[in-house]
Design a protein around this ligand. Sequence first.
Ligand code: HEM
Length: 189
Amino acid sequence: MITRFAEKDRYNAVAAGLHWLIAALLFAEIYVGWTFGDLERGAARDLWFDWHKTLGLTILGLSVVRLGWRMASPPPPLPARTPGWERVAASLSHFGFYVILIGLPLTGWAAVSTGRAALTSDMMSLAGGLSWPLLPGLPLTLHEPMEGVHELLVKLTYALVVLHVAAALKHQFLDKGRMAGRMWPFPRR
Ligand code: HEM
């Protein structure tokens, strides 16, 4: 059951809609990342990788929009009873999510821009036959470090997702706060 929250205590429809859209794309992107990572070089891997790049850049665009929206329209205050340590944990994890949502696509894009693709073109392929510019001016020596940071951020993503879901379940069921209502995207009737 989703408890009614006063409008001022809820994320607005744009923030909540983007939250769930980005969450769904993030899960799909991780699955695509695992899949192409396990394939041998060839047409199937290229296709999955094109989807990886396309979804990743879409997540980057949507996350920048959501960050801008958050700055223009700040989130609702946490309930007054929220203890200090939970406030700090919430701020840190929200910050961490922006680090991965922006850092993962940028490091992936930088890794491709300094890899094999950069030897023959200044563009990379996306899904549906589209192409997208490589990041210009990056030394090829950055390729391995960028891949390394990308993989590190993937691990940070797993940790953040586990913590975030555990916190949401705790608020929803143990604290009886029914916090999920704060992130419900549709107006309550
Ligand atoms: C939020 C966006 C993204 C997420 C969640 C994500 C996630 C992942 C995952 C789960 C893997 C597999 C890691 C493994 O096998 O251990 C991966 C690998 C990779 N991703 Fe992404 N990725 C994102 C965006 C991008 C973008 C936009 C690009 C390129 C334009 C990209 C390029 C790569 C590359 C080159 C690898 C292979 C790295 C390696 O072999 O070490 N990623 N990514």
